[in-house]
Design a protein around this ligand. Structure first.
Ligand code: ZN
Length: 131
């Protein structure tokens, strides 16, 4: 797992930046650098809505080393308000509380601790929406 130093990486991790196709309007998260998978059109960066609902989920008990500290954790398949679908870790909800259809919002949280320096990498997770 490379250390995150690129400015553009930081931007899309801290805000919810995706790609939208100028041809067919399809959206992608994380953003893609190449062309639209559906029509081959050009993609541009867009800020995606931070709210959505849970379509399905998986509870992860056997995690890669970087994520072992947080097991069990939940990976959700989420549909944002604009229809963008993505996978993301959920937070602030226990496996026995999670429900398909629940309203979620993006939040910035620790993803993992990197290397012996203990450098903490943050990124977007989703939590139950408040208000
Ligand atoms: Zn397209």
């Amino acid at each position: 797992m490379p250390e995150i130093t690129e400015w553009r990486d930081r931007i899309w991790r801290y805000r919810l930046i995706g790609s939208r196709c100028g041809g067919c309007g399809s959206t992608y998260y994380p953003p893609r650098n190449s062309r639209c998978l559906k029509c081959g059109g050009d993609l541009e960066e867009v800020e995606l809505p931070r709210r959505g609902k849970l379509l399905s989920y998986t509870v992860v008990y056997q995690a890669p080393t970087l994520y072992k500290y947080s097991t069990p954790y939940i990976v959700g398949y989420i549909e944002l308000l604009d229809g963008t679908r993505l996978f993301a870790m959920l937070t602030d909800v226990e496996p026995d509380e999670v429900r398909v259809g629940m309203e979620l919002e993006a939040t910035l949280r620790k993803l993992y601790t990197y290397g012996e320096s203990g450098h903490i990498v943050y990124g977007v997770k989703f939590r139950p929406a408040v208000g």
